[in-house]
Design a protein around this ligand. Structure first.
Ligand code: G4P
Length: 539
């Protein structure tokens, strides 16, 4: 069990006001549920943008490399959209963007390692969708606090109670309704806010204003009937009684431990129900939290700086090849032009032009605090998961690679470009675009990805950026699992016997490539001494 280092009271108080101000989170959803729309409304409330339509969707509408590259090029120019920082009600909020396309799910998973909480958007018509399920697996693994926003209440959605039950069952999380919807679709009249004890009335196409909020602490008040009609008022009373009886008041500790998710109903495009959620978020969402490392737990209030790289963004402008590494500050204060220890490389490096993402511009910053994300120019020093400290040696844990699901052999089409290919493959996989495996006992290079589109992007970038032309041949594997054993002889025998299915990852860890679920399960059953891991974090 990692221990928490004792720190002096003075040191703990040094940055406390900065830490208490910050909330770092991500909005996640299955594509089309309304993530971009909700992001935009948050930014409007935060004053970071002035008009609707200012937030560009990062959605890839077609399955086309050119489409993706275009988005990447735009983002390369304006990397600022990857992190949006805004102020609201005295708080500094860092909203981390996540890719919408499922083929880039791993990028989303990694971004989730850098946040302290998430808002999950669910489409009230479609309910729980595949991408929602996968995202929630990662969220559950990390016990990240979740607030759920059930969107598109202006459309004829599922019955509110069926929907809550579906979410609870499918996502294996306890829900806690914070608002109760009054109908849906064209009959949607608004929500009753259980915390504020007020009725928020909905008029399509307009945003809720103060006149639409009616304080009703006693639901038997005749004003309720006057506002929404007798039938809906009766249903609302029953709903509230039922919900109050089952759920009671929100237990914030259960939310913070990732066991209970407060739920809001609304319509992002109509800016309805969003403010209620944002106000609750400000009230209950965690400030920067302690982080696990290989040696001990790191508190944000420690006076020494530490942080980790969770994302690397290539600059696709051929004239400026620098990459941008995204650093999440975990403790102490990060300062410009100061030497920090790059723990993996065991060398000190400093950053003269670190930048922040305030108000959609790249601004060079002098300092940053826990919860902040800093963009660092990188010429190839970083890979995902790298740790920076003020001298201490440890690595932040919980930033794994996930088992890829599609595999292709990389065949070099131009022997004169072997070196460039090697470099390209190394750099692209450091960025986390894909995982690189070398077949055991040979030198066959195998790339593992989550989605097809990633292969196209790799092929395109290898040619464009490194001049290396490759062919990608499909390989009949279904999953890659990292393997370890307490018995070295058993591991050696297994690797020898299964040579055609064994590879090494970039760090020299052994990986078993299974042809099918059946093969994998058979090997797991037949080899009790071998441990099969579904993420690269095998310590
Ligand atoms: P995403 O980032 O999660 O992929 O979703 P996004 O916000 O882009 O929303 C997907 C579509 O759903 C958009 O329509 C958006 O306008 C719509 N939408 C978002 N919130 C609501 C809502 O509360 N009610 C209804 N009825 N629709 C909503 P689109 O036609 O795909 O794009 P656009 O042309 O309207 O921008």
């Amino acid at each position: 069990m990692a221990s928490i280092k004792k720190i002096t009271f003075a040191a703990a108080m040094k940055y406390i006001s900065e830490i208490e101000k910050r909330k770092t989170f991500a909005i996640i959803s299955h594509p089309d549920a309304g993530k971009t729309t909700l992001t935009e409304k948050f930014l409007l409330f935060g004053g970071a943008i002035q008009t609707a339509g200012a937030v560009k969707s990062n959605k890839i509408k077609k399955h086309a490399t050119s489409d993706f590259m275009e988005i990447e090029r735009q983002r390369g120019i304006s990397v600022a959209t990857s992190v949006m920082t805004f102020e609201y009600d005295g708080h500094l909020i860092n909203l981390l963007d996540t890719p919408g396309h499922k083929d880039f799910a791993e990028d989303t998973f990694r971004t989730l390692t850098a946040v302290d909480s998430v808002v999950l958007v669910i489409d009230s018509v479609n309910g729980v969708e595949p991408q929602t399920r996968r995202l929630m697996e990662v969220i559950a693994m990390r016990k990240t606090p979740v607030i759920v926003f059930i969107n598109k209440m202006d459309r004829d959605g599922k019955n509110r109670f069926d929907l809550l039950e579906e979410i609870e069952n499918e996502l294996k999380i306890q829900l806690h309704p914070m608002t109760v919807p009054i109908n849906s679709g064209k009959d949607f009249k608004g929500v009753y806010d259980l915390h504020e004890k007020s009725l928020v009335l909905f008029t399509a196409g307009t945003k809720a204003n103060d006149e639409d909020v009616v304080k009703i602490s006693d639901l038997n008040d005749p004003i309720l009937n006057a506002k929404i009609g007798e039938r809906d008022a009766d249903t609302l009373r029953e709903d509230v009684e039922l919900i109050d009886g089952v759920y009671g008041a929100l237990n914030e500790a259960d939310y913070l431990s990732g066991n209970t998710a407060p739920v809001f109903f609304g319509s992002a495009v109509n800016n309805f129900g969003v403010k209620e959620m944002l106000d609750t978020f400000i009230r209950i969402a965690p400030t920067p939290r302690p982080r696990h490392t290989t040696t001990r737990d790191i508190l944000p209030s420690e006076d020494k700086f530490s942080g980790f790289i969770f994302k690397i963004h290539a600059n696709l402008d051929p004239k400026h090849r620098d990459r941008i590494a995204f650093l999440r500050v975990c403790s102490g204060k990060f300062s410009r032009s100061t030497y920090y220890k790059h723990v993996r490389l065991e060398k000190d490096i400093r950053f003269n032009n670190p930048y922040s993402f305030l108000a959609r511009q790249k601004d060079v910053i002098e300092e940053a605090f826990p919860g902040d994300v800093v963009g660092l120019f990188d010429t190839g020093n970083f890979k995902i998961g790298d740790t920076l400290t003020e001298g201490e040696s440890f690595f932040f844990t919980g930033i794994p690679s996930f088992s890829p699901e599609i595999f292709k052999e990389v065949v070099n089409k131009d022997p004169l470009k072997t070196k460039q290919l090697e470099k390209g493959l190394n750099q692209l996989t450091d960025e986390g675009v894909a995982q690189l495996f070398t077949q055991f006992g040979g030198n066959k290079k195998i790339i593992g990805c989550v989605g097809e589109l990633q292969f196209e992007v790799i092929q395109y970038r290898l040619l464009q950026e490194y001049g290396a032309s490759v062919q990608m041949n499909s390989m009949p594997f279904y999953k890659a699992c990292w393997i370890t054993s307490d018995n070295p002889k058993k591991l050696e025998d297994f690797t020898k016997y299964k040579q055609a299915n064994i590879a090494e990852d970039k760090d020299g860890h052994l990986v078993y490539l299974a042809q099918s679920e059946w093969f994998l399960n058979t090997e797991i059953t037949n080899n009790p001494d071998i441990k099969f891991h579904f993420t690269s974090e095998i310590n």
